[in-house]
Write a protein that binds this ligand. Structure first.
Ligand code: HEM
Length: 412
């Protein structure tokens, strides 16, 4: 299982939770990709494979169901959880991300309309007001923690707003999600504890919402819409599955997007030339955001091998874990010119920060809208900011990477 000894050989003994990998994984991918075998292996954390080439990650993303999404986290859950009757019946139950077809197909189909470009636009003004309000809170101080005071405050509120849950409790939601996806990644007991906290919260919320629907059948929040839908057999959706889908919205929608907003602010706060270019030419926002997503891709997911797979001279056996290294693929020189350079106006940018294949991010329109509003507002109001103490910046990493403490200063 877990092993925190320093890594000597990244090709045969990597550790995605190693501090050096968390702070800067790019050199590791570069070395593995150009070494003897572009797919590294490690026995740590239960064992896994790490592909580093874009073509391999793309090919692996299409291998369904040989590579199953039943277990998308690297560190295995404790035996007691795996034996739990609820777990045996519903599995990890965060569909569609934790499901294979056919459950994947219909649960994803139910979510997509809520994340279409048009549906997402309806939340732009809310996001705009929120970003302005957050900046109002610290602009007179001349300094802020751009991660804690800004990036981390945006996605939880937007998703709470969409789900119609209490926005005053977002600090709690945020803590729960961090206990699952950040602190809990290497501590399965903590992860399980907060997995239950989130699910119990949604069990109550879903039950209340179902009651309320009897009186207000046309309620249009996401939870009510799911409760008003039917499964492929035409039956109302099992409430436990609705709970799992809500859990996913919270978990998938928070850490990921605040990591992306934070990474972009880190970049512009440490690269004055890019910051000045962006502040002076707002037409650059679209390419700047895509480049930020490519360069600092936050999300690495796992797959569980269910049938033998041969790829690039390596054989995965059933029971193995494979990491969908979307971030590493986005630095492959076979696909991106000068991949380790941030090119603010990169024109050809077919990055896979949002994944690839049937599990491609269902929330990408929402994430892009939040990044667009958050960065434009930041650059409009604080165009001359800088990261004031780069050595004090802290990063979270492993499966979702981004800055967690990001001190910045700006003229008042
Ligand atoms: C910049 C922010 C985000 C990034 C980089 C990101 C990245 C990803 C990635 C890489 C996957 C694929 C997972 C896999 O292959 O196993 C994924 C799936 C997913 N994401 Fe996102 N995500 C972001 C924001 C969001 C937001 C805001 C939401 C919605 C609240 C969301 C909802 C989902 C859902 C529902 C899935 C599962 C799709 C499926 O399995 O069919 N994501 N995301």
């Amino acid at each position: 299982m877990g092993d925190t000894a320093p890594v000597d050989d990244w090709e045969t003994d990597y550790d995605i939770f190693d501090d050096r990998y968390v702070v800067d994984p790019v050199p590791v991918w570069r070395d593995v990709r150009s070494g003897e075998c572009p797919i590294a292996h490690s026995d740590r954390w239960g064992g896994s494979w790490l592909p580093t080439k874009y073509a391999d990650v793309q090919a692996l993303a299409k291998m369904v169901p040989q590579l199953s999404s039943r277990d998308v986290l690297v560190v295995p859950l404790p035996e007691a959880v795996l034996r739990d009757p609820n777990f045996q019946k519903y599995g990890a139950n965060s569909p569609p991300i934790s499901a294979d077809p056919p459950e994947h197909s219909w649960t994803r189909r139910l979510l997509l309309p809520h994340f279409s470009p048009k549906a997402v636009e309806a939340h732009r003004q809310y996001t705009q007001d929120l970003c302005d309000r957050l900046i109002d809170g610290f602009i007179a101080d001349g300094k802020a923690d751009a991660a804690g005071d800004y990036a981390q405050q945006i996605p939880p509120r937007v998703i709470a707003h969409m789900l119609g849950i209490d926005e005053d409790r977002v600090d709690e939601f945020t803590y729960w999600v961090r206990c699952v996806l950040e602190f809990g990644l290497t501590k399965p007991e903590l992860r399980v504890q907060f997995r239950d906290v989130i699910r119990n919260f949604f069990r109550e919320t879903v039950a209340e919402r179902a009651e309320r629907l009897a009186e207000h059948p046309d309620a249009d929040d996401l939870i009510s819409a799911l409760l008003n839908s039917v499964d492929p057999d035409g039956n109302p959706i099992d409430h436990e599955i609705v709970v799992g889908m809500c859990n996913l919205q919270l978990v998938a929608g928070i850490d990921t997007t605040w990591s992306s907003i934070g990474s972009a602010i880190w970049h512009f706060g440490t690269s004055p030339d890019d910051r000045r270019r962006l502040a002076g030419d707002p037409d650059l926002f679209p390419t700047a955001i895509e480049e930020s997503l490519r360069f600092y891709s936050p999300v690495t997911m796992a797959r569980l091998v269910t049938e033998t797979v041969d790829i690039n001279g390596v054989t995965f056996e059933p029971g193995d874990k494979v990491l969908m290294n979307f971030p590493g693929a986005n630095h492959d020189p076979e696909v991106f010119e000068n991949p380790d350079e941030f090119v603010i106006d990169r024109e050809r940018n077919r990055h896979i920060a949002f994944g690839s294949g049937i599990h491609r991010c269902a929330g990408s329109n929402l994430a892009r809208m939040e990044m667009d509003v958050a960065l434009r507002t930041w650059m409009r109001r604080l165009p001359e900011f800088e990261v004031s103490a780069p050595d004090e910046v802290t990063w979270a990493g492993g499966q979702v990477r981004g800055p967690r403490y990001l001190p910045v200063s700006f003229p008042t």
